[in-house]
Design a protein around this ligand. Structure first.
Ligand SMILES: Cc1cc2nc3c(=O)[nH]c(=O)nc-3n(C[C@H](O)[C@H](O)[C@H](O)COP(=O)(O)O)c2cc1C
Length: 356
């Protein structure tokens, strides 16, 4: 019977435990998308995770969707990420970068020359995003042309290559939470009548082509994907999510990906029961886990690794705390996306909290 603390092979890596740090946007980059000097410390503090998945990072400037989020496109961005990867490796950790293209859920003030956000179709999402002047409504996106779709896929390919050059161990495609890949997958945001819209085969094409491009660039065993069926975040809706995700996951079979990461929040059916039998690789489960529920998932073989978000945010030494049965620091929501060190690199490790 496996435990949270047992080794596990994920893609080409043998991880020292089955606790994965979830991708979490922390908005500690400058306006050019360059991570600040605090970022290596933040991730290095959490290097005892079996695997860290970075915050969402835009592969191309047009994919930015929130103020102060980082990219991996320019030489300055790559240089800053190299410090992050080195800091994590120096502590014996592993780190994948999460590539997040926000698509229609962005705002012209976040894009070069006030550009219009782009999506599969010109359908505006209800809701708002964080800009330099506070919350602003989403706008109607421009529908991507076929040439522009090819350029976006090339952007993901380049970002995967740059991530490896920067020293990351691999790349996760963010196909969850209502961002561009899920906008293609979902009927509510994709009403195209070409090969990227309509049937489930067509709606899944973008995601599968992005994965194929990244895998051919860096090796499929360094590429993972995150999905969140029925999460409905960012106004994403699909007429038949069980069919959409069953089809997608069946198509992932045989791609030899490092992993499939499924985060569930209040779905109408047990997608883990539906999807895991359809997939042939490592299966990561996230969303609202605690030590007990995660250990049960691993022990029952329902997941190969367990993904923790806010618990890792607030507890840099989460594996050690779980081993010791220690109390956890509570996350402070006020500083999730605030600039600066507070609520970022000052959550105490266990011995320090015990002395406090
Ligand atoms: C501050 C914060 C930022 C997040 N940013 C991202 C992100 O950039 N990419 C992503 O896939 N999920 C993001 N998430 C979702 C987490 O990856 C995870 O799925 C979620 O927190 C549920 O796990 P938890 O209940 O263990 O916190 C974020 C969550 C939090 C709390």
């Amino acid at each position: 019977m496996n435990s949270l603390f047992s080794h596990v092979q994920i893609g080409r890596y043998n991880l020292s435990n089955r606790m994965v740090m979830a991708p979490m946007t922390r908005s500690r980059a400058d306006d050019a998308g360059v991570p600040s000097e605090l970022v290596p410390t933040y991730y290095a503090q959490r290097a005892s995770a079996g695997l860290i998945i970075s915050e969402g990072v835009f592969p191309v400037a047009q994919g930015k969707g929130y103020v102060r989020t980082p990219g991996i496109e320019t030489a300055e961005q790559v240089a800053a990420w190299r410090m992050v990867a080195e800091a994590v490796h120096a502590r014996g950790g592993r780190i994948f970068i999460q590539l997040m293209h926000c698509g229609r859920v962005s705002h012209p003030s976040l894009l070069a020359d006030g550009a219009q956000p782009q999506g599969p179709s010109a359908i505006k999402a209800a809701g708002q995003t964080w800009t330099a002047t506070g919350l602003q409504d989403f706008v109607t996106p421009q529908a991507l042309s076929l040439t522009e779709i090819a350029a976006v896929i090339a952007g993901y390919r380049q970002a995967a290559r740059l991530a490896i050059e920067a020293g990351f161990d691999g790349v996760e495609l963010h196909a969850a939470s209502g961002y561009l890949p899920e906008q293609f997958l979902s009927t509510g945001s994709n009403q195209r009548d070409d090969q990227y819209g309509g049937s489930v085969q067509n709606r899944a094409r973008f995601v599968l082509e992005v994965l194929a491009a990244m895998a051919s660039e860096i090796g499929s065993d360094r590429v993972g994907i995150k999905i969140s069926p029925e999460m409905n975040f960012n106004d994403i809706t699909d007429a038949n999510p069980q069919e959409t995700y069953s089809y997608l996951v069946e198509q992932l079979r045989g791609l030899n990906l490092a992993y499939l990461h499924v985060a569930l929040f209040g779905a109408s059916v047990d997608y883990h029961a539906l999807l895991r039998p359809l997939f042939d690789g490592s299966y990561l489960v996230g969303g609202g886990l605690d030590q007990r529920s995660a250990a049960a998932l691993i022990a029952n073989g329902r997941a190969d690794a367990a993904v923790f978000g806010s618990a890792f945010l607030a507890n840099p030494d989460l594996p050690e705390r779980f081993r010791a049965g220690a109390e956890l620091n509570l996350p402070n929501k006020d500083t999730f996306y605030a600039p600066g060190a507070e609520g970022y690199i000052d959550y105490p490790a266990m011995s320090l909290s015990a002395n406090a």
